[in-house]
Design a protein around this ligand. Sequence first.
Ligand SMILES: [Zn+2]
Length: 417
Amino acid sequence: MTWAVHARSRCRLCGSDDVAEFLSLGDAPFTDDFVAPSSAGREFTAPLSVWVCRACWTAQTQHDVEVGEYYRDYNYSVAASPFAQTFMRRLAQETMARYGLGPGATVLEIGSGDGAQLAHFQALGAHVLGFEPSADLCAASRARGVPVNQRLFDARTAAEIGNDMLPADAIVLTYTFDHLPDPLPFLEAVRGVLHPERGVLVIEVHDLERIMQRRETCLFEHEHSVYLTRRSFRRLLERAGFELLTTELLPDHERRGNSLLVVAAVEGHRHAADAPEDGPANLERWETYAGFAEEVRRSHDALRRYIRDARAAGRRIAGYGAGGRGVMTLAGAGLGPGDVAYLCDRSPHAHGLLAPGSHVPICGPDRLAQDPVDELIVFSYGYLDEIREQLASELAASPRLTSVLDLLSPGSPMGTP
Ligand SMILES: [Zn+2]
């Protein structure tokens, strides 16, 4: 793999040069760059720090990583999870019902993956089209009857969409928007293809407010360019000619951990906005950011201490969930295979490989039967109940399950999703 890191010196959104670093996480890997044991130590790592623009109060990275060849030849999908399926079905239902879209409505999804979300819109009678750069995921999407263009979405791509799909009634992005290096031109391209009166833009990103409350710094990664709050998102949308309609399309318990789900429409639209709450103002004060690095250091110390005290007392610990949360928490807290024996994941894509950064081995949950542990730290905490049920049905004796959030933010009222 060849790569280059390009530094920025201005805000990605407003262009201000008053951008200040508030958290430095040291050398960090890519979240999904699993390594063969023989190549451990040769995976990509680069300094990862997070900045905030003091003009528009948008948290962001100030670097872009350019990867020479597209090395991600496997694709992790949680689409099989009942919770994720319900979320996608409800997102389609509420978007269609609330904004008056019926059969024949046109729905685009950018970063459409294996087409699972668009299939739910299709089931409600919508005409759908996805945009997805991964060849494997496009093949999976077409196999289920969801049409997809294998490419990224930008102003040029937008000009090539067939007239039968334009103007679009809804454009959907779930956990894709915060990967865009330049969100503003992207939003302008979207505005050009969205129906000016009835069109809605539905975007789900990680909520910086919750990341900071829960010390969930594993969500700071090279792949994420911006970290939005209700306030900074509204400001960004207005800058691009949109109005924020709601942040309450789905109730909290139906959304995935850490979700900020916004619906917006082009200025001059004909929908009713529900005047969403703006969130706390303390994320627009430098003091909040200035004190955060120390809180993160303490939370990583607490996690390490918890695990090492258990090890010293003769207890074995493994992890569950080899997604970004597991990989980045282990790497960020400086943990290794001497601390966490292995990291299980139901998806086989990384079995036999090591987590980048920490070099903890990845395996299937079947290892828990052959090589038992006393405690399992669940990194994919949003699926804790499902994991508990599955393990109870598969294992004679389940280890104790602990959500990583409870270890990172002990005593915090936001400690459990
Ligand atoms: Zn700015």
